[in-house]
Design a protein around this ligand. Structure first.
Ligand SMILES: *Cc1c(COP(=O)(O)O)cnc(C)c1O
Length: 402
């Protein structure tokens, strides 16, 4: 049966050929990097093997240029991608959790203000599903306390907040080209920044990275061809049950290489970056259609987008008001051929590999636990059929009708 993948970016055979040709040329990395830096209104860029590897590099560079040696804590949202605390630990630093506001999924500025910043090196945002966090407030708090801010825009390339691009807040912006992100080459990441000393430290760190492994790049190109071919719902429905693909699993992992990005893969991200406005508009239109249908469904709580923001909607998230109905809702949606997910399974305080690094004060994060137990995400990509919002709404209603 046809099945709409949870997230993705369509790559037609022509786009694949154009991307590969661009990647085999000599200027794809410059096109991509300069395009991202210009987008984020930063002056510099660094391309890295993955978003999580880029985060390790950014945090190490922040440590390199920070004189006070007690600053080893990095504040991360208590509900975000597990790669974020893993990058903090891999960089030799200590994760600290700040709770999120379930209404907006943002780091809660009120909770952040209460932090003791005396040992803090940096604050990291989340912008999950492409919905901007309260970035202006978070930036003001970071500035007031003289700590670095890393604007994690791994899911939010194309989103705007207060007239500024997400990824352009704070000192360093991060983008990812993993398979479910706004643009993709299946793996890859980028940093953008302007701060002179931090940029010099990033230059030094980046110059020491090993080049992209040629074997890994070739394998990824083959996987990209399969991804492009199989993302349409008719084929995705056939392959999604195949074992070994690891689709949709969230695991904690610190054991990945930190390498440069492949120039060949950069051809794909550079080609898709040129199409970002159209890709984002398509996802926004699909998200608005989902909002219109789901806001009429009882038991569903929509996420508030902060004022003055345009979300990029890598996915469309909502919360189930009654957590006990989520399993049934996910089953109904799946039975209807819709790639709904429960996103990251746990608040970070409940991920054992993270919890061992946390002080007792960070082990109870009610906002993040509420999100983890109630969130559902729906697809917004261009292969989502026009009747998906109505089908999704009917599937959820069917659970309540029981
Ligand atoms: C995907 C993601 C990352 C890491 O990016 P990878 O390229 O997958 O390593 C970091 N932060 C967030 C919020 C993400 O969604």
């Amino acid at each position: 049966m046809a099945f709409v993948a949870p997230a993705g970016t369509p790559i037609s055979p022509l786009t694949f050929a154009v991307s590969l040709a661009r990647g085999l040329g000599s200027s794809a990395e410059i096109e991509l990097g300069e395009g991202l830096a210009a987008h984020a209104r930063h002056s510099r860029y660094w391309l890295v093997s993955t978003g999580r590897a880029a985060m390790v590099l950014a945090l190490q560079a922040m440590r390199d240029v920070t004189k006070e040696s007690q600053r080893v804590e990095v504040i991360v949202p208590a509900y975000t991608c597990y790669s974020v605390p893993a990058a903090v630990i891999k960089a030799g630093l200590k994760p600290r959790l700040c709770d999120v506001d379930p209404a907006s999924l943002s780091l809660d500025p009120e909770a952040l203000r209460k932090f003791d910043f005396s040992r803090v090196l940096a604050v990291v945002t989340a912008n999950l599903y492409g919905i901007p966090n309260h970035l202006k407030s978070i930036e003001a708090i970071a500035r007031e306390h003289g700590v670095w801010m890393l604007d994690d825009s791994a899911q939010a390339l194309g989103a705007m907040h207060e007239g500024r691009p997400v990824g352009g807040f704070g000192d360093v912006g991060l983008y990812s080209f993993d398979k479910g992100k706004n643009i993709t080459s299946l793996e890859g990441g980028a940093l953008v920044a302007s701060h002179p000393e931090l940029s010099a430290a990033l230059d030094r760190r980046h110059a020491q990275l090993p080049p992209a492994s040629a074997v890994r790049t070739s394998t990824t190109i083959v996987k990209l061809a399969a991804y492009a071919a199989l993302l349409p719902p008719t084929l995705y429905g056939v392959v999604r049950k195949l074992p070994g693909l690891g689709l949709g699993r969230t695991l904690y992992d610190e054991t990945y290489p930190v390498e440069r990005y492949s120039g060949t893969l950069a051809g794909f991200a550079a080609t898709l970056l040129k199409r970002l406005p159209a890709l984002t508009r398509g996802r926004q239109d699909n998200a608005m259609a989902l909002l219109a249908e789901l806001s009429k469904v009882p038991g569903v709580q929509s996420i508030e987008v902060p004022p003055g923001s345009q979300a990029a909607y890598a996915r469309y998230p909502f919360l189930m008001i009654d957590a006990t109905q989520r399993v049934a809702v996910l089953e109904k949606l799946e039975a209807a051929g819709i790639g709904a997910t429960a996103s990251y399974p746990n608040a970070l305080c409940d991920v054992p590999e993270v919890a061992v690094h946390l002080p007792a004060a960070d082990l109870d994060m009610p906002g993040a636990r509420e999100v983890a137990s109630t969130i559902v995400t729906l697809p917004t990509h261009a292969y989502s059929p026009a009747d998906l919002p109505a089908r999704a709404a009917a599937s959820i209603r069917a659970v309540f009708a029981k």
